[in-house]
Design a protein around this ligand. Structure first.
Ligand code: GLA
Length: 388
């Protein structure tokens, strides 16, 4: 009996030491994990393209902080292409004349409680023809870290090589960023070539574009968004499919079309990078970008990407399972006239009756048996949360 107790005591001690050791590994020394939910922020490209400069970026940070976007969860202020100047004699990348002091800009963004993102390419040139990082990966990663950069979009552009070379190039930048010791989100951008979703995480990508570029156009946005079905098993905390940045507020889609855009991106657990001018937003645009109940669907901690559960012609129902067991559901009408759309509860794994809440209207709609039907305007959506 005594021998047994001793063995048990020793066993418990060994277990304790093991747990302590494991705890030690995962605590302070380890870099904090980034992108545990899809990154939220702003990116300069969709609205400003190459007209981005220091002043624009500061104005966006200011607006993000004061408009309610920061409070809603948006964090990253990301400079896309066209910030780069030449390399100095040591090969260190310099910003061009539009960005007089990148470190000071990063400090300003940080002073607003936000984070700064930047852009480069694994090739010699970026898509707009500026300096890429080829041959300067570690040096660039170090420069970004010294400036205080928190996010890097790494865009294929002029890179040339086979799939193995491409993977190696992305992995090289991932390793270089890691070596700096600064937590920096790595966003892969190569337009969905070579089924990037199946290997993006293995080369250190926290997100990867799954398609070519979005435009502020309903047909283009829906082609991309509704085309994401089937990719859901590749997304999860720390590694997301990226159907490209938002166009909400840029003016070429109507209200219902922007609601479709935002609803779909949230059901997809997509990164939410606003692509409009945050310093000039209508109350309508702010309302679409900051609806807390819709954003909670995107940011749900289970990190599951939604998928299509029903389709009949232009009518589609998409569902995203949420951590608390409820389901977010989008009833979409891609047709040219209003239509009623029904979600059968059996199609979303709900047996019997359930309560339904309209997330855009922020209204409980009541209890429903077996199904829920809504009238959906042309190009519009009704987005609900269904609870058993
Ligand atoms: C590519 C990317 C865009 C943008 C531009 C910049 O087209 O897909 O998102 O970064 O390059 O030149």
């Amino acid at each position: 009996m005594k021998a047994f107790r001793t063995v048990r005591f020793v066993g418990i001690c060994v277990l304790g030491v093991l747990i302590a050791a494991l705890g030690g590994i995962s605590s302070p020394q380890q870099a904090p994990q980034v992108a545990q939910t899809p990154p939220m922020g702003w990116n300069s490209w969709n609205h400003f393209a190459c007209k981005v400069n220091d002043e624009v970026v500061r104005a966006q940070a200011e607006a993000m902080a004061s408009s309610g976007m920061k409070a809603a969860g948006y964090t990253y202020i990301n400079i896309d292409d066209c910030w780069q100047g030449k390399r100095d004699a040591q090969g260190r990348i310099q910003p061009n004349e539009k960005f007089p002091n990148m470190k000071a800009l990063a400090d300003y963004v940080h002073s607003k409680g936000l984070k700064l993102g930047i852009y480069s390419s694994p090739g010699p040139k970026t898509c707009a023809g500026y300096e890429g990082s080829l041959g300067h990966e570690q040096q660039d990663a170090q420069t970004y870290a010294e400036w205080g950069v928190d996010y890097l979009k790494y865009d294929y552009c002029s890179f040339r090589g086979d799939l193995e070379a491409q993977k190696a190039a992305y992995k090289k930048m991932h390793n270089a960023l890691e070596k700096t010791g600064r937590p920096i989100v790595l966003s892969l951008c190569q337009y969905g070539m070579d089924r990037v979703w199946s290997w993006g995480a293995s080369v250190g990508g926290n997100l990867w574009r799954t398609t070519g570029d979005i435009t502020d156009n309903y047909d283009r946005m829906t082609l991309i968004g509704f085309g994401q079905n089937g990719l859901e098993r590749f997304a999860g905390p720390g590694h997301w499919n990226d159907p490209d940045m938002l166009e909400v507020g840029n003016g070429k889609m109507n209200h219902d079309e922007y609601l479709t855009h935002m609803s779909l991106w949230c059901l997809l657990a997509a990164p939410l990078l606003a692509g409009n001018d945050l310093s000039k937003m209508t109350p309508e645009t702010i309302a679409i970008l900051t609806n807390a109940e819709v954003l909670a669907v995107d940011q749900d901690r289970a990190g599951k990407q939604g998928y299509r559960v029903w389709q009949e012609g232009p009518l589609e129902v998409w569902m995203k399972p949420l951590a608390d067991g409820s389901k977010a559901v989008g009833l979409f009408n891609r047709g040219e006239s209003g239509a009623s759309v029904t979600v059968e509860f059996s199609a979303i794994g709900v047996r019997g009756s359930a309560t339904v809440r309209d997330l855009w209207a922020k209204k409980d709609l009541g209890k429903f048996e077996r199904s829920f039907t809504a009238n959906v305007p042309t190009h519009g959506v009704v987005m609900v949360r269904v609870r058993e």
